[in-house]
Design a protein around this ligand. Sequence first.
Ligand SMILES: Nc1nc2c(ncn2[C@@H]2O[C@H](COP(=O)(O)OP(=O)(O)O)[C@@H](O)[C@H]2O)c(=O)[nH]1
Ligand SMILES: [Mg+2]
Length: 187
Amino acid sequence: MAVKILVAGGPGAGKTTLVGAVSEIRPLRTGKRLAEAGPGAVDDARGTGRGTTAPAVMDFGRITIRAGLCLHLFGTPGRDRSWFLWDGLSRGAFGAVVLADTRRLQDCFPVVDHLEYRGIPFLVAVNRFPGARPHAAHEVAAALDLDRGTPVVPCDARDGDSGKEVLVRLVEHAGRVHTARLPGSAS
Ligand SMILES: Nc1nc2c(ncn2[C@@H]2O[C@H](COP(=O)(O)OP(=O)(O)O)[C@@H](O)[C@H]2O)c(=O)[nH]1
Ligand SMILES: [Mg+2]
């Protein structure tokens, strides 16, 4: 079985990195390198010293979590002007990882809103970027005003094992949420 998973978060939060680190296939990327994208294409990542690829790209990758369960990973475009793509992208999604850079948590607000509105189960994976002070999970949950039960987990998007662990947690969480919604379930 293959399920669709969104990898979301603000520009420069590590979406492309995560998909690249865990994918068994060479990840597909749409979009342009910065140099080709022209002036003004870098604004979102400006001053962060990060990002060599224009953020207006989508990533696609695939990972087998266990025998019989394969995840199709869709890195969402991080820029506001790409939000129209979200409608199609989020259709049929089993769950989503929201990558959070704690130096710019506000970048996650629109993503979290969208996922809540769409009823897509998600967890927040907190990336530790250099210079970011450590935040407790409950602090992040409070800052993002997450519903109770939404997991907040640490993550290093560059590390395949860390990324896979995050995805396993997401699949478990999303599985519980979907099960609880089935007709006749207790909650
Ligand atoms: N320290 C640290 N750097 C990261 C992590 N994830 C991504 N980066 C770096 O942050 C930059 C932006 O990541 P990218 O995956 O392009 O972000 P995207 O815009 O969300 O796709 C890259 O230079 C990555 O190497 C992480 O977990 N820890
Ligand atoms: Mg990217």
